[in-house]
Design a protein around this ligand. Structure first.
Ligand code: DQA
Length: 143
């Protein structure tokens, strides 16, 4: 079953948005990196980026029974969304949380994550390589 790659709000602007914080790679680069890494282990990838929280909730409900694991960068919803964590448990699969920047070195409102208690692991501050590490760990949990 595929790995579900979820990217939250404003990550469509990767590469353009605050490159001093998030780097110059684009969302397409992220998706390609995840597909390549997952492909090494024989996993296809379903990728969704959305700026609309309800769309992500609907995707998680629809994913029940159809995915092997989740790699998610919840972006700003990390710090705000109870609805997201309620939906993240619906597929009942391992979750790895990724942040491109080191959120702990930034504003205090970025230090708390609603998602981390649900995650098998959390990666922050490794740039987009964090997504690769996330996939490499996730496959050890699902295979
Ligand atoms: C982020 C960190 C969040 O605090 C921020 O709201 C983002 C991106 C990261 O990848 O570093 O949008 O999740």
């Amino acid at each position: 079953l595929p790995i579900l790659l979820l990217n939250g709000p404003n990550l469509n602007m990767l590469g353009v948005r605050q490159p001093q914080v998030y780097g110059s790679a684009t969302l397409d680069d992220v998706v390609e990196l995840v597909r390549t890494t997952a492909g090494e282990f024989g996993y296809p990838v379903e990728a969704l980026q959305t700026n609309h929280e309800g769309e992500m909730l609907d995707a998680l409900a629809a994913a029940r029974g159809g995915i092997s694991g989740i790699v998610i960068n919840p972006a700003a919803w990390t710090h705000t969304s109870v609805a997201l964590i309620d939906a993240l448990v619906l597929p009942e699969v391992p979750i790895v949380e990724v942040h491109i920047s080191n959120v702990h070195a930034r504003e205090s409102f970025r230090h708390h994550s609603y998602v981390s208690p649900l995650a098998a692991g959390v990666i922050a501050g490794f740039g987009i390589r964090g997504y690769e590490f996330a996939v490499r760990h996730l496959v050890t949990l699902v295979s």
